[in-house]
Design a protein around this ligand. Structure first.
Ligand code: PLP
Length: 411
């Protein structure tokens, strides 16, 4: 099955009326014919649902679609990308542990990592996520490596296999945030990643209409070394140890469940992921290619030949660079004026929408990071992040060209 076919037919809806989309079960609880049945459902000894924080058929359908798409053994959907990142990591880490992460991370994740300090979890950042840098930072306390496959907004690309190899030789898992890469560019499990998380609010949903997240398990990592004592009784679940611990533990107890309606919106959005990404990647490449010929700005896009990640984009992502590019405008004032003079691009803090969106990250998403941390994440005072949409490319090129040329004339 090709990518687009698999989106439609991989985890088809099983509905007695033949519904072509998973019906929305907008309920909190499910009733059963006897106390005995409910007891069995609670103990996972009978199929069925009890309460939507713990499981819901619409959510289940979304989880199955994503798990099939990523080639995982299962998935747990979450209320947001941030709750997915949080639950995915706290399912592994405990007080005293260390996590290694790339510095070029999404601002919310950087903020989360400072929150983890109060629970005794230390996050160590590597400037660039290379096998050498990661290997040099691993200690006995390191319990996982976390990386965004295309850093948002640094746009650094991770060589997944080399990092997974380093992790596995130290007996720790690689947790990959594949939000910006999407399953259209890469299936991280094929390169050795162990756990994948997505902010489904972005490309998976695609329409910018729901906040959502999801955690997918490859089932490949062995949690039975002495390094992960909290897995205790869950080791009996074999390759389902991680998901069982997650679903029976923090995921349900912290209540990070997604609403059935948002799961439905993401299921529907997912079906056009291939079409949207094809258009978004070609738009982004054409726009970046054109913008780099203009004076007064510099452009960063991983699929440009001028990018240091160009070779990796060819070998790992089939030549596609995703939907985000960044522009450095020369100064904060110029960046603001450039943003303000765009006609089609909306000024909004999101990515992965079908509409083109722009933002000045330093004054928004990275407001809470200090200058050093911001610059490590590729965010300077003059950086503009562009999340490219599916508009006609000529309109986008004209819009950005007019804004840049206007800025050059102004001053
Ligand atoms: C947006 C984003 C998140 C957070 O997702 P939310 O759905 O906004 O909570 C995490 N990682 C990356 C790479 C993102 O772009």
């Amino acid at each position: 099955m090709g990518f687009n076919t698999s989106l439609l037919h991989n985890a088809a809806v099983n509905d007695k009326f033949g519904a072509t989309q998973p019906p929305i079960y907008q309920v909190s609880a499910f009733s059963h014919d006897s106390a005995e049945t409910l007891e069995k459902v609670f103990a996972s000894r009978a199929p069925g649902f009890s309460y939507s924080r713990i499981g819901n058929p619409t959510v289940d359908a979304f989880e199955k679609r994503i798990a099939a798409l990523e080639g995982g053994i299962g998935a747990a959907a979450c209320s947001s990308g941030m709750s997915a990142v949080t639950a995915a990591l706290l399912n592994i880490l405990q007080a005293g542990d260390e996590l290694i992460a790339g510095a070029g991370l999404f601002g919310g994740t950087i903020d989360l990592f400072s929150d983890l300090a109060q629970f005794g979890i230390t996050v160590k950042f590597v400037d660039s996520v290379t096998a050498e840098n990661v290997a040099a930072m691993i200690t006995e306390r390191t319990k996982a490596v976390f990386a965004e496959l295309i850093g948002n907004p640094k746009l650094d690309v991770v060589d997944i296999k080399s990092i997974a190899d380093v992790c596995h030789s130290s007996g720790i898992p690689l947790v990959a945030d594949s939000t910006t890469a999407t399953p259209y560019l890469v299936h991280p499990f094929e390169y050795g990643a162990d756990i994948v998380v997505h902010s489904a609010s972005k490309y998976i949903n695609g329409g910018g209409n729901s906040i959502a997240g999801i955690i997918i398990d490859s089932g490949n990592f062995k949690w039975d070394s002495g390094k992960f004592p909290a897995f205790g009784k869950y080791r009996a679940f074999g390759k389902f140890a991680y998901l069982s611990k997650l679903r029976n533990g923090l995921w349900r107890n912290a209540g990070v469940c997604i609403s059935p309606f948002n799961a439905y919106m993401c299921s529907v959005g997912l079906e056009t992921l291939g079409l949207r990404m094809e258009r978004i990647c070609s738009n982004a490449k054409a726009l970046a290619g054109h913008l780099q010929t203009l004076d007064g700005i510099t452009v960063n896009y991983p699929a440009l030949e001028s990018s240091p990640y160009f070779p990796l984009v060819q070998s790992q992502f089939g030549g596609m660079g995703g939907g985000i590019l960044t522009i450095r405008a020369g100064s904060r004032e110029k960046a603001f004026r450039l943003i303000n003079s765009l006609k089609y691009a909306l000024i909004a803090t999101n990515i992965g929408d079908i509409r083109t969106l722009v933002i000045h990250p330093a004054s928004t998403i990275y407001l809470h990071s200090d200058k050093a941390r911001r610059e490590q994440a590729g965010v300077y005072e003059d950086t503009i992040r562009v999340s490219v949409g599916i508009e006609d490319i000529n309109d986008l090129i004209t819009d950005f060209e007019n804004a840049v040329k206007g800025e050059n004339t102004n001053g």
